[in-house]
Design a protein around this ligand. Structure first.
Ligand code: Z5A
Ligand code: MG
Length: 220
């Protein structure tokens, strides 16, 4: 795909172990002048707090955890915009939809959770103003298939019943939060190579180069 005008922001979302990091890395290699960013970015100061939380070293209130994930995106927002304006492609491995879907799933699974944590509007508000993806790809497959994948179950949230709830929340949030292009890709029983080809077909069909003359947009 030829590079012209401003860069494009492509987001890959999905449940745990759905293949986001694998596919993000493959896509980065296929796109010219492309950078890959992964959220949470555990290398930053906020990311280090998130890492301690996810690995169970520390406890946080649900509200604090939610706001830290958003703060982690804000740490990189300016640099994302600058890179896009320099004409770079950026592939994001998770972003705001993970942020809202996991917090919502957590609060809906807990009767004692407070009302704001059940409100998509409240959960979305700290992310308003972040760079808006030009294309969002959601990798979809049954939770039972995910649980058979390597490394599953090592961190907080990796449990089949909880992941089913996360899946429902993802689908709801993907519809509720405004975006230009969303593609839900069924990756069940597909090999890594097959998913890669499927993603590439979607990217080519979207004719992202047509967006190059449009200004960068923000989430609103
Ligand atoms: N979280 C949140 O709560 N709020 C937020 O705002 C954000 C995140 C941004 C950590 O995320 C947690 O943070 C996450 C959500 C929450 N929940 N949990 N737990 P993370 O992104 O750091 O999670 P991770 O540990 O890197 O796992 P992952 O990203 O979910 O996995 P993945 O990237 O989707 O999968 P993968 O690493 O590419 O592949 C997993 C394995 O499956 C690996 O062995 C692959 O070789 C294999 N694989 C991949 N594709 C295939 C196919 N097609 N067939 C067979 N096997 C495959
Ligand atoms: Mg990953």
């Amino acid at each position: 795909m030829a590079k012209t005008g401003r860069g494009k922001l492509i987001l890959i979302e999905g449940l745990d172990r759905s293949g986001k990091s694998t596919q993000s890395a493959l896509l980065q290699r296929q796109l010219p002048n492309c950078e890959l960013l992964k959220f949470p970015d555990r290398s930053t100061r906020v990311g280090s707090l998130i890492n301690d939380y996810l690995t169970g070293k520390t406890q946080l209130s649900d509200q604090s955890a939610h706001l830290l994930f958003s703060a982690n995106r804000w740490e990189l927002a300016k640099s994302i915009e600058e890179k896009l304006l320099q004409g770079k492609f950026i592939v994001l491995d998770r972003y705001i939809y993970s942020g809202i879907a996991y917090s919502l799933a957590k609060s809906l699974s807990n009767d004692e959770s407070s009302p704001e944590m059940k409100s998509v509007e409240w959960l979305y508000s700290p992310d308003k103003g972040l760079p808006k993806p030009d294309l969002t790809l959601f990798l979809s497959l049954p939770t039972e298939e995910l649980a058979r994948r390597k490394g599953w179950g090592e961190e907080r949230y990796e449990d089949v019943e909880f992941q089913k709830k996360v899946r429902e929340c993802f689908l709801r949030v993907l519809q509720d939060i405004p975006q230009d292009h969303l593609e839900i890709i069924n990756v069940s029983d597909l090999s890594i190579e097959q998913v890669k080809s499927h993603i590439w077909e979607v990217i080519e069909s979207k004719e992202l180069n047509k967006l190059t003359t449009m200004p960068l947009d923000k989430l609103h």
